[in-house]
Design a binder for this molecule. Structure first.
Ligand SMILES: Nc1ncnc2c1ncn2[C@@H]1O[C@H](COP(=O)(O)OP(=O)(O)OP(=O)(O)O)[C@@H](O)[C@H]1O
Length: 253
């Protein structure tokens, strides 16, 4: 993306610019965490990167071609998106939601083939969803639903995966499991994953790079660069919240 301005332009209303002059190039196979305070524009950016929310101005290219020039069908083969927050559970069985992930790859008749079933089965085992397959999504806990929606994105098998706060509803063990899985998808399958999060300590632990939306320069750095630059020391203005560089943890004073 180059000089990208993101925000909302409603009919008859003046447009709202959420973030300006964003520049970034994704590295293939990297796990990139998107952090920043509430309301800074993380979800808006993620929606803009999928074409769900049009950019106000600037360039957004995927494999050298303007994102807006792709058909919806082609875009769905290249980018998967999980907006877990604010999303009501679809009134579908878990197995049906996973099958939806294959939609962009199906033939004209829209029927699942052997390979589609194999992928769904593989992802279902990977995320331990086997026991839930016959359940309706409305019957799931928030954490279970979050895993199912991530499962749908993995089933979609796109090179770029965008996740808005994928760990919000997860307990510590499931959070660690999911983040390890994201890392594994990048390492072993060459996926490029951008996920927004408020868990900065986990982002430092597991991400290749961190994109810090600060409303000004919006820097991107490796965890080591971020720590060495002192950025986390001055991240929060309250003196009772301090960053312990050695242990890569925030501490209450
Ligand atoms: N549909 C919309 N129309 C107009 N403004 C919106 C819309 N959705 C979000 N906004 C505004 O855009 C700004 C950025 O919101 P966004 O949801 O992208 O932030 P965020 O960084 O994801 O926040 P959080 O960490 O709280 O989830 C906020 O000021 C919000 O009020």
């Amino acid at each position: 993306m180059q000089n990208l301005n993101i925000g909302y332009s409603g009919k008859g209303k003046s447009s709202i610019t959420v973030a300006k002059n964003l520049n970034h190039q994704f590295k293939s196979g990297e796990l990139l965490a998107l952090v920043g305070v509430n309301g800074i524009g993380k979800s808006t950016l993620i929606k803009t990167l999928t074409g769900l929310n049009p950019a106000l101005s600037g360039e957004l290219r995927l494999y050298g071609q303007e994102l807006s020039a792709y058909s919806n069908a082609k875009r769905a083969q290249l980018i998967s998106l999980v907006l877990t927050r604010k999303n009501a559970a679809p009134n579908l069985l878990v197995k049906e939601v996973l099958a939806l992930g294959r939609q962009p790859h199906l033939n004209w008749w829209g029927q699942l083939q052997g390979e589609d079933h194999r992928i769904i089965q593989e992802v279902s085992s990977l995320l331990s969803l086997d026991r839930l397959l016959e359940k309706n999504c409305t019957e799931l806990s928030d954490g279970q639903l979050q895993k199912v929606l991530l499962g749908r994105a993995i089933v979609q098998d796109t090179p770029l995966i965008l996740l808005d706060e994928p760990t919000t509803h997860l307990d510590l063990e499931h959070k660690a499991e999911l983040l390890r899985l994201l890392k594994q998808l990048c390492r072993e399958k060459g996926k490029t994953i951008l996920y927004s999060t408020h868990d900065i300590e986990w982002a430092l632990e597991i991400s290749d790079r961190i994109w810090f939306m600060d409303g000004k320069d919006n820097p991107v750095f490796t965890p080591e660069e971020g720590i060495a630059s002192g950025l986390f020391d001055r991240l929060f203005s309250r003196e009772f919240l301090q960053f312990d560089r050695q242990n890569r943890r925030f501490k209450l004073q």
